[in-house]
Design a protein around this ligand. Structure first.
Ligand SMILES: [Zn+2]
Length: 168
């Protein structure tokens, strides 16, 4: 069979794509499991950040995990309440459009996402209230600000609106 000449190929019609636009409702429940469920429950009920401590390496995992990723042992239920104050360790600005994978909502954009060293030396990632690039600094002291309305909580990490600079 003869090959199609490049000239002939160029004349082929471009494919047309059919687009269908629709909004699909995605209302469903999913199980968090016991460990992550405890994190969600403490956030909703008590506005607390909890983790669990590995029986072997003694490091705290937040949210609580079933297995220590470092030691590969069962974490168990040595639950630890984490402080809600800390220091910005590093940060970046998220500028690409992002969708929340759990709730399908578009996140405000751009915003600073920070790694915060909580006051018990555990790292926690969350967004910052301050969005001015000239004001966000490594070393900033910050504290968690929770959603006040109980009915609006129940989204785990998103129950914290952001971390705001202490004293502002
Ligand atoms: Zn461990």
């Amino acid at each position: 069979m003869a090959k199609a000449s490049p000239k002939k190929k160029a004349k082929e019609k471009e494919p047309e794509y059919i687009h269908v636009k629709f909004d699909m409702p995605r209302h469903y429940n999913w199980s968090t499991g016991k460990h992550l469920g405890h994190f969600y429950a403490e956030a909703k009920e008590n506005k607390k950040i909890v983790g669990n401590r590995c029986p072997q390496c003694k490091e705290i995992r937040v949210p609580p995990t079933v297995v220590c990723p470092k030691c590969k042992v069962e974490m168990g239920w040595d639950l630890v309440e984490l402080p809600q104050t800390g220091t910005v360790y590093q940060y970046t600005y998220l500028v690409m459009p992002l969708w929340d994978p759990h709730y399908g909502e578009k996140w405000a954009n751009p915003y600073p996402s920070a790694i915060i060293l909580l006051d018990n030396d555990v790292f926690y990632r969350h967004r910052l209230e301050e969005t001015d690039k000239d004001k966000v600094k490594v070393g900033m002291r910050v504290q968690a600000v929770w959603k006040e309305d109980y009915e609006e909580r129940g989204e785990g990490p998103a129950d914290i609106l952001y971390f705001k600079e202490i004293g502002k």
